[in-house]
Design a protein around this ligand. Structure first.
Ligand SMILES: NC(=O)c1ccc[n+]([C@@H]2O[C@H](COP(=O)([O-])OP(=O)(O)OC[C@H]3O[C@@H](n4cnc5c(N)ncnc54)[C@H](OP(=O)(O)O)[C@@H]3O)[C@@H](O)[C@H]2O)c1
Length: 315
């Protein structure tokens, strides 16, 4: 393994014709606001130049404060950071989309987003409640709006310069195809859970053929059981190439052609996760072909309700 190579600085061109997304991205799904601020700042200082936020994470304010702190220190400029955020399910009605992005931008202290994603393809009852439920505790969905209606509203935001690129999150291959075919402005990014237990090869192939970047979230398997960083294929490669298991997983994601998101509240891990470098091609193949179990950690694609699925150790 070459230690001073450029893998960590890989950028993937977007189909909007004007920008590129850093492959190695930092996600801000961190429940604690203080930890969000500290981790986001540490990620930027470690070298991450792509951030993923969402109105649903309820911490855009802290992400914005961390960015401002770093920008004001003068080492990094706004234009050097690729900032994505997402519209949540209660804001799918077209007339709610622009106010939702404007509110996110205000909290993030930005005047544009590099990428705006529809967080899930599920529309919930429109209103300010992010998790609307009926008397029995069931989610109240909104049948009065389609994913394409929401997409058209996002296209308008690109026209207005409020975001540079738009994309989909937590979609199936069929949903990605439908929007791609109908779109005036094609999705630039499809953001889904993906790692060696859920490689999404078919979706990746569709994205590659159509100039869309697949951004893989939970690139380390969200630290959940069965732990990817403890998988014998990963630990053996890590030992061989003198890198950590996390670094092996992140390098694999970039080398197979995806962008990725990883998250940590721990400063040493944030640094570790940025220090990725190129794996030998046979190691990339070994991971792609040698890990055959299939696990989805996050059930959000089934219902639109976020949540990683707890499993028993070894289960
Ligand atoms: N669109 C969606 O529906 C959706 C859903 C989920 C996630 N996302 C996005 O994707 C981002 C990444 O997802 P994720 O949080 O599942 O990422 P992940 O990197 O797969 O998992 C994060 C977990 O791994 C641990 N970890 C991080 N680095 C490590 C290392 N070097 N060694 C050992 N453990 C390590 C972290 O622990 P510590 O924090 O304790 O260090 C944390 O528990 C999120 O922040 C969010 O932006 C999107």
């Amino acid at each position: 393994m070459v230690d001073n190579d450029n893998l960590r600085s890989t950028k993937i061109a977007l189909n909007n014709g004007s920008s590129a997304i850093p492959a190695l991205g930092f996600g801000t799904l961190i429940p604690d606001p203080v930890a969000t601020r500290t981790a986001t700042k540490a990620a930027l200082e470690a070298g991450f130049r792509a951030l993923d936020a969402s109105e649903r994470y309820r911490n855009e304010k802290e992400v914005g404060e961390a960015m401002q702190e770093v920008f004001k220190a003068g080492k990094i400029k706004r234009a050097e950071v690729f900032v994505a955020t997402k519209v949540w399910n209660n804001n799918h009605r077209p007339e709610r989309v622009k106010p939702a992005l404007e509110a996110s931008l205000k909290r993030l202290q930005l005047d544009y987003a590099d990428l705006y994603l529809i967080h899930t393809p599920f529309a919930f009852q429109p209103g300010d409640e992010q998790d609307p439920r009926d008397a029995n505790g069931n989610v109240i969905y909104d049948k009065g709006v389609t994913l394409l209606d929401t997409w058209r509203a996002l296209e308008g935001l690109v026209d207005e310069g409020k975001c540079k690129a738009i994309g989909l999150s937590d979609v199936s291959l069929d949903q990605a195809k439908q929007i791609f075919e109908a779109a005036r402005i094609k999705p630039a990014v499809v953001h889904v859970e993906s790692h060696p237990y859920l490689p999404e090869w078919e979706l990746l192939d569709f994205c590659r053929k159509n100039g869309i970047v697949l951004q893989a979230f939970a690139a380390l398997g969200h630290g959940m059981q069965p732990k990817l960083i403890e998988h014998p294929v990963i630990t053996a490669i890590a030992k061989r190439v003198n890198k950590t298991p996390a670094q092996v997983l992140l390098a694999w994601a970039i080398q197979r052609g995806t962008a990725l998101l990883t998250t940590s509240k721990t400063p040493s891990r944030i640094k570790e996760n940025f220090e990725v470098s190129t794996l030998p091609e046979e190691a990339v193949r070994e991971i792609s072909e040698g890990i055959k179990s299939r696990v989805r950690f996050n059930a959000v694609v089934e219902t639109g309700v976020p949540g990683f699925i707890p499993r028993k150790k070894g289960g």
